[in-house]
Structure formats: C-alpha cells, structure tokens
Design a protein around this ligand. Structure first.
Ligand SMILES: [Zn+2]
Length: 236
C-alpha cells in the first residue's frame, strides 16, 4: 500500500491498470472501489499485512459499477461485513452490470471478454444510496459526475483537500483527459461533470487521485480547471 496524503492509501499491490483506495480515519477504514474480480483477495491480503482489522472496513464506496471498480466487491463485502454505497442512479448497474453498454462496436468484443472470469461482470447489492452534495461521516462530499456512467460519483475531502475522481477523467501519459470515449456513452454529461468539478469545487482541493493514472499531488484543481477550459475552447 502506498500513502498518497496522510490517511489516503492506494492499493498498489493490485497493479497499475486500475486503482482502489483506503481512507484511514478515526471512525473506520472505508474502501473506495475494489478493482477487478481478481483484486478482491489481493486487497484483503494487503489490509491484513498492514495489521488492519477487517471489521473496521465498515463502508465500501463505489465510484461506479464497472467491473474494474466493482469486481472485488462481493469478496470484500463478505470478508469485512461492510455496507456498500453508490449513487442512487448507479444502483441498477451494480445489481445488473450487464445493462452497462459501451459504444456499439465494442459490444460483441465485450460479450466474448465477459466469458473470461477476469472480466465477468459481478452483480452486487448496494446498502446505501448516495446523492449529489451529500456529506458523509468520513469527511467526503459526494459529487455526482455522470457521463462515464449515469450514477458515477467523485469524492471530495474538503478538510484534507483531496479529490478522488473515479473515472470522471483520467491521467494518462502525463495528461489529464476526459474519460475514455469507448466506455463513456454520454460524452456531453462527462464534460459537464469535469466542468462542475472545476467550477464548483475548484478551490477545495489540491491533490487528485484517479481510477486510472498516477496521482497529482499539487495543483490538482488548477490542472482540472485547465482541462475544463481546454474542453470549452475546443467545443465552440
Ligand atoms: Zn475504470
């Protein structure tokens, strides 16, 4: 596990294709996302290795239901007894992940890929449904950032000044980008969501961590504002 800012841990044990996080605070050890199906046991082993009591993982917050973020959910929920939280609009995709559709020409490919256990969508059952602007006891503000999926959320910790974007954007090859279009059916809303993060919350954080790509430790909000204004200028 790698500490990004005090209390925010990245599970680097699961590799680099997707990220899952632990937020260590006085009230427990919430997880944010759970990696691919193969990553559930790896995350559990990492928690045990650092001496964390699994029953202190009381909440698992999903940024969205895609298999690379919710794949480890069933195993982690079972091992910890945690409650699962996601945005209200994401509930149906957590329960019925096969309803999630990428662009049409990828669908046959994904149907074949889903036969492999590593990419097989796993259904789960959320215990708590979150809404935009909701303040969580862990210190997070829930920010609804739809586009990549309908109920996608980002999580802002105002006090510690960090933002967990999920897949509202990614940091690929040293550059901030809007989410990969092949898996983002609603590109207009995806861009609005980036604009929202920049405009509404752009003074509230410094560090940014992503579902995909390395963290930005400093000037994260400035970088997101830059992406937002770049998008605006290319749109007109
Ligand atoms: Zn992803």
């Amino acid at each position: 596990m790698q500490q990004i800012v005090p209390g925010l841990w990245l599970f680097d044990e699961i590799g680099d294709t997707v990220h899952a996080y632990l937020w260590e605070w006085a009230g427990g050890l919430p997880l944010i996302d759970t990696g691919h199906p193969k990553d559930g046991p790896i995350i559990l082993a990492a928690l045990r290795k650092r001496g964390y009591a699994l029953h202190n993982v009381r909440r698992i917050i999903l940024t969205h239901a895609d298999v690379d973020h919710s794949g480890g959910l069933a195993q982690l929920k079972q091992a910890t007894g945690a409650k699962v939280a996601c945005h209200a609009a994401e509930k149906e995709f957590v329960e019925r992940p096969w309803r999630r559709q990428p662009v049409w020409f990828l669908r046959p490919l994904l149907a074949v890929a889903a036969l492999a256990p590593a990419f097989q969508p796993r259904s789960g059952s959320p215990d708590e449904l979150l809404l935009d602007g909701q303040e969580l006891p862990e210190g997070f503000t829930v920010i609804h950032t739809p586009g990549h999926t309908p109920g996608h959320i980002s999580l802002l910790h105002k006090e510690q000044r960090f933002l967990i974007t999920g897949d509202a954007m990614s940091n690929r090859k040293g550059k901030l980008r809007d989410p990969i279009f092949l898996f983002t059916p609603d590109k207009v809303n995806a861009r609005r969501s980036i604009w929202k993060l920049a405009k509404k919350y752009g003074d509230d954080f410094e560090t940014v961590v992503f579902g995909h790509g390395p963290p930005i430790l400093q000037n994260g909000a400035k970088r997101i504002k830059g992406l937002a204004s770049q998008m605006m200028s290319t749109d007109v």
